[in-house]
Write a protein that binds this ligand. Structure first.
Ligand code: NAD
Length: 496
């Protein structure tokens, strides 16, 4: 079947020949139902193009292809070294196409072009990191009694469903593909309907028919993945509400699950902190990616003795570091929100915050400095005097919107930090090494940064506690989530 493609010219002048079909068994094919997704440029609200959108029937076709590929000797019997070589080859192809991939990402998602390039770098390092693991996956030998022992082997989990969010379309795909491929699995992936494009270009680089990529709507194609009886695992990144739904649906055949969900991560500033650094990292931690990061440090808790000084420095950091603008323009730090829906949702929180008594210290309004008032831009928004009962202290806003509160003691700071249904990340600013480790230990979060914010690395496990998720991605733990360990008991002569 002929590939489905469209010729486009991006806002930065780059020509892109983009596949638009469902990627099943290494071919781009039309959706059987004729459904399409329209991709919108969040910078100027113009249509970029339409792509095919999968139905449950298309998901079923992809699952059959993934199952056949899993059992085919060309994948099943491929050595770990050869799997690794294949993944390095994919990383090489991504590297060669990084400008085109970054262009599509920025166009479709609105993130600054330099951020997109950074994300593509993360795709490359993640694929290479897991390529390195592919020939180092093995079990253990476990002695038991003199005449018996056991050994373990690690098998792929099988056909893995992967459901991707729109905030890091390519990077989140790579976080899931790397360990899945190294572990010998095959994949049926559904990108987010808000950002369907970059992954299609990525799909055209895939060297082997073990990854199927189907754009589609969450309620239809996403649900079909979670519900499919021949999918063995589902890995998801997105909202906690959808994560709960997926968990429930996936119970139909007791799928293995990995969930990376929401957050309301606290950043604690103690009185002995380097305040200037704390202010700059706080700016980066909440306004990076337009606040659309699950680990955004959206609650800043500051010791009362340095509160006013910190707020002043924070506002200064916004002025000097937080250039809002066209994401293709050099120097832009904060682009538009991804969709009108997200933009409206975030601005809705401004009214809620004011009505509950928080003080708007900056922003809280659309940013009008780009184009002719088009695009989903919001001024960096700072609310102070935020109390822990307020909505903006409790709910994930997922935008350039920070809530600043004060505390009196270390004990109170920890209590306030842990006063959340979420537990994804946290950050601590102090120069007292003992306090830093003491507080890091007590904060209920899957990750904690000391004198920093938003660090992540393919070698380091990433994930949350409480309602921020189940399981870990990245690192060795991320690989373990894509293999299953079988125990083989050996009798060397015990007779009945
Ligand atoms: P979402 O969680 O609904 O969507 C994420 C992915 O899940 C998308 O691919 C979507 O198609 C899919 N999906 C949706 N419903 C599904 C279902 N019933 N079964 C299977 N898959 C389904 O997120 P959203 O609606 O795009 O955004 C809403 C809020 O979610 C945001 O405001 C933000 O707070 C949060 N969010 C968090 C992250 C994160 O990285 N933690 C990412 C995106 C959104």
């Amino acid at each position: 079947m002929a590939d489905l493609r469209t010729d486009l010219v991006a806002p930065n002048g780059r020509k892109v020949n983009l596949p638009t079909g469902l990627f099943i068994n290494n071919h781009f094919v039309p959706a059987t139902s004729g459904q399409k997704i329209t991709s919108i440029n969040p910078t100027n609200e113009e249509v970029i193009c339409e792509v095919e959108a999968a139905s449950a029937g298309d998901v079923d076709t992809a699952v059959k292809a993934a199952r056949a590929a899993l059992n085919h000797e060309s994948w099943r019997d491929l050595s770990g070294s050869d799997k690794g070589a294949m993944m390095h080859k994919l990383a090489d192809l991504v590297e060669a196409e990084k400008e085109t991939l970054a262009t599509i990402e920025t166009w479709d998602n609105g993130k600054p072009y330099t951020d997109s390039l950074f994300d593509i770098g993360e795709v490359i390092t993640t694929l290479r990191y897991y390529a390195g693991w592919a020939d180092k996956i093995h079990g253990h030998t476990i002695p038991t009694t003199p005449k018996k022992f056991a050994y373990t082997v690690r098998h792929p989990i099988g056909v893995c469903g992967q459901i991707i969010p729109w905030n890091f379309p390519l990077a989140m795909a790579a976080w899931k593909l790397g360990p899945a491929l190294a572990g010998g699995n095959t994949v049926v992936m559904k990108p987010a309907e808000q950002t369907p494009l970059s992954i299609l270009y990525f799909a055209s680089l895939i060297p082997k028919a073990v990854i199927n990529i189907l754009n589609g709507h969450g309620k239809e194609a996403g649900h079909a993945i979670a519900a499919h009886l021949d999918i063995d695992k589902v890995a998801f990144t997105g909202s906690t509400a959808t994560g709960k739904l997926i968990m429930k649906t996936a119970s139909v055949n007791m799928k293995n699950i990995t969930l990376e969900t929401g957050g309301k991560s606290p950043l604690l500033v103690f009185s002995d902190a380097d305040l200037e650094q704390a202010a700059k990292w706080s700016q980066f931690g909440i306004f990076g990616n337009s606040g659309q990061i699950c680990t955004s440090t959206s609650r800043v808790l500051v010791h009362e003795s340095v509160y006013d000084k910190f707020v002043e420095l924070f506002k200064e950091a916004i002025k000097t570091l937080n250039k809002v603008g066209d994401p293709f323009e050099e120097g832009t730090f904060q682009g538009p929100q991804v969709t009108k829906e997200q933009y409206d949702k975030i601005l809705g929180y401004v009214e809620v915050a004011k009505s509950e008594g928080a003080i708007c210290a900056a922003g809280g309004v659309p940013f009008k400095g780009v184009g002719q008032g088009k695009g989903y831009f919001i001024e960096p928004t700072v609310f102070t005097n935020v109390k822990s009962h307020m909505t903006i202290y409790r709910e994930e806003i997922f935008g350039p919107f920070v809530a600043i509160s004060s505390f009196k003691t270390e004990e109170e700071a920890v209590e306030m930090a842990n006063d959340s249904t979420y537990g994804l990340a946290s950050a601590i600013f102090t120069q007292d090494i003992a306090r830093a480790h003491r507080v890091a230990d007590r904060i209920e979060s899957g990750m904690c940064w000391i004198n920093s914010s938003q660090d992540s690395d393919p070698r380091i496990p990433f994930g949350g506690v409480k309602q921020s998720g189940i399981g870990r991605e990245l690192g060795e733990a991320g690989l373990a989530a894509y293999t299953s360990e079988k125990a083989i008991h050996v009798n060397l002569g015990t007779r009945m």
